[in-house]
Ligand binder design. Structure first.
Ligand SMILES: [Zn+2]
Length: 476
């Protein structure tokens, strides 16, 4: 009996170890390439000029400055004269810019995209003017320096330099920019409609997204270029108790606010079940392949360790937890406007990020089941499903991998599931290869500055961005 148990344990151990040994980095063969030469001071000055246009998107249009958007658009021919000379310029919408750069062949065109709007600023919490583009100790401050005027500039600056050198891409390229990304506006959809009317499908699309990051995965020492191949869905869910009211001196047994509080507590007590989507699995495996042996044992043997992984993810929380499940964050609530008046229609709103494999419909159904209170109305003011998962083989991936590893030879490249939402979601209608990467090193502190205070970019990162796009376009 003992002998039998011992043999079974040994067999299990050898299976775990053999599978871990077989989980190793794929060999990559990156052709050498010269570092692109461009005018770094011009790139810096140009970003400064873009930062000085306060192109803030707001859901309430009266809070926006149309002049800022006009100023930025008027500035572009001055900053990027070669692009305006050589490319056809189309505006499918008031905040949608498309530059058509003709290649040697018209088939299999590609898209390089970014957005030029930014989120609002609470200037009192900033240490410097958010729209001055001030440079101190080699770092440029300003809203949009990271998200994402740096990639907007990077694409145009790279194109301008390569055009000046007389470069002609093998295939058509479209440089596409929207000015409504931060409010999920019509900037990108207008561009999609334009391409759909012309019947054009894209060989690949590259938008902002992941970055070159470090210390994000236990046992992984190298920097990792994480490329979003899918993004979670996002929705707003509103819980309300209509026609409540009454007098505060004669309250009912359960107030409408009590009812909502109970519902919120139930939802938070019953997190959505964990499930590793294909995109999250690709991320975990991509990292684990390059990580220490104990990590490779776990991830090569998810058939055994999956429950352990799920448990770890909920204990670690944060990004790890969000990678494997739909998350619910209650963000808004309203009751009555006076302390002695019962609210007539109180509500709470949650922002839900939907895991791949679920939909807005399945989320609503589950919330109804958990809340189980027919006095509470549940509706969805806004929602979109998770994106499809992009294909990570073939020429488009190879090209991206080459450009990334030429620019960052010490890094590894891996797909991942994007937790935030972006304009790239719309482009899945045009291409099976929609990738999301902001091609620059980004520390944890820098990632926290996105949509936060004191957003700023080291000039070295900005120059990496321009250099990366020059390498990528040379491969297109
Ligand atoms: Zn952005």
């Amino acid at each position: 009996m003992l002998w039998l148990i011992l043999s079974a344990v040994l067999l299990l151990l050898s299976v775990l170890i053999v599978r871990a040994i077989r989980l190793k980095p794929d060999p990559v063969d990156i052709p050498p390439s010269d570092a692109p030469v461009f005018d770094k001071d011009k790139a810096t000055r140009d970003l400064q000029s873009l930062i000085q246009c306060p192109t803030v998107s707001c859901s309430d249009p009266s809070l926006e400055s149309p002049e800022a958007f006009e100023k930025l658009i008027a500035l572009l021919p001055e900053l990027f004269p070669e692009v305006y000379r050589a490319c056809e310029f189309i505006m499918p919408g008031p905040r949608s810019l498309v530059y058509h750069w003709k290649g040697k062949q018209q088939d299999q065109p590609g898209v390089l995209m970014a957005h030029f709007d930014v989120v609002p600023v609470d200037q009192t919490s900033w240490d410097k003017d958010a729209f001055s583009g001030e440079i101190e100790d080699g770092v440029m401050w300003g809203r949009g320096t990271l998200d994402t005027k740096c990639t907007f500039l990077g694409v145009l600056e790279a194109a301008d330099h390569l055009l000046k050198e007389g470069y002609v891409p093998s295939h058509d390229l479209y440089l596409c920019f929207s000015g409504t990304e931060e409010i999920n506006g019509d900037g990108a959809p207008a561009i999609i409609r334009y391409f759909q009317e012309k019947g054009i499908r894209m060989n690949f699309v590259l938008d902002e997204g992941g970055a070159i990051v470090e210390n994000v995965f236990p046992g992984l020492k190298k920097p990792a270029a994480v490329v979003g191949i899918a993004e979670k869905g996002t929705m707003a869910v509103r819980l309300s108790v209509p026609a409540s009211g009454g007098h505060a001196s004669t309250p009912p047994k359960i107030s409408s606010i009590g009812r909502l509080a109970r519902a919120v507590a139930k939802v938070e007590k019953h997190p959505f079940p964990a499930h590793i989507s294909d995109a999250a699995l690709a991320a975990f495996l991509g990292m684990a392949k390059n990580a220490s042996f104990p990590m490779r044992i776990i991830f090569a043997n998810l058939w055994l360790f999956r429950p352990v992984l799920y448990l770890l993810c909920s204990i670690i929380g944060g990004e790890f937890n969000a990678l494997v499940r739909t998350t619910v964050a209650f963000t808004q609530m309203e009751g009555s406007h006076a302390f002695n008046v019962m609210p007539t229609s109180p509500y709470v709103i949650a922002n839900v990020r939907i895991n791949c494999g679920e939909t807005t419909g399945s989320v609503l159904k589950r919330l109804e089941e958990i809340i189980a209170d027919d006095k509470i109305r549940i509706d969805m003011p806004y929602g979109r499903d998770p994106s499809p998962v992009s294909v990570i083989d073939g020429e488009p991936w190879k090209r991206l991998q080459t450009a990334v590893l030429q620019e960052y030879p010490e890094a590894i490249i891996t797909p991942y599931l994007m937790l935030a939402s972006s304009d790239a979601w719309n482009y899945c209608a045009l291409s099976d290869h929609v990738y999301r990467l902001s091609p620059m090193p980004m520390s944890k502190a820098e990632r926290a500055m996105i949509h936060g205070n004191n957003e700023r970019i080291p000039l070295s990162s900005l120059h990496h961005v321009v250099s990366f796009y020059m390498r990528l376009i040379r491969l297109c």
